[in-house]
Design a protein. Sequence first.
Length: 300
Amino acid sequence: MVTTGGTSLKDDIMRLYQPVHLLLGTPGRILELAKKGVCVLKDCSMLIMDEADKLLSPEFQPSVEQLICFLTANRQILMFSATYPVTVKDFKDRYLQKPYIINLMDELALKGITQYYAFVEERQKVHCLNTLFPKLQINQSIIFCNSVNRVELLAKKITELGYSCFYIHAKMLQGHRNRVFHDFRNGACRNLVCTDLFTSGIDIQAVNVVINFDFSKNSETYLHRVGPSGRFGHLGLAVNLITYEDSFNLYRIEQELGTEIKKIHPHINQAIYCGDLFGMFPWTTVVTMVSKRFRLHVYV
């Protein structure tokens, strides 16, 4: 069963009269159903937290902690996260007993994503974007702003410049957001302008370019934003529009993520963001990788 805020509570209650083995939803809605006594969790032995760093933000953490009280004491908690901020560590120390920790970030973080910055004044950003679009081979792009108003204004500007563009943000009704996401995922539009609402769980294969129209405030948000450009083993491109006020954040994020964000070139080679990771390796290396996976002995 799937349940989220903004959908019919009555439908959820009717569904819970039938057996439900797996409940997938947002913390607030599940907690609401549990408090009403409709969603009985006393025998639920497993809680899985996807995007744990988001779920443990100030907005959601109180609901998550209340929800845990409804579970059996002999519970298992699994946490999945692309970043590991202090909130996740604190929660782990309080609620997980002798946890196993599996860290794949040294291997996977930002692999295959080429990152650039363009140093601009605030008033030059739209012009810079208009200059970028014809120079890039964009399958689909996601463009991030730091506020709802800026999302709507930028989407309008991009449309006026003659490019197809949707937008999505937290103040839209859930049904409207779902339609926009579905249409964008199906290729109805090439560019999507959004807030950080759209940083979690974005699995859209065609996205190969991410543009931070407004730069990220911290490394966790940056990682979530640029990640979609390099999903499914594909190469990706991240372009950051940096003002003077963003300079320190740029340096700090580079240090924290152990990455380099280079100054943008006048001409960007399409080969660095159009294609897949296997294209970066010689054929003998690919064969070795595959053979290790399946324990085959292949010689080329």
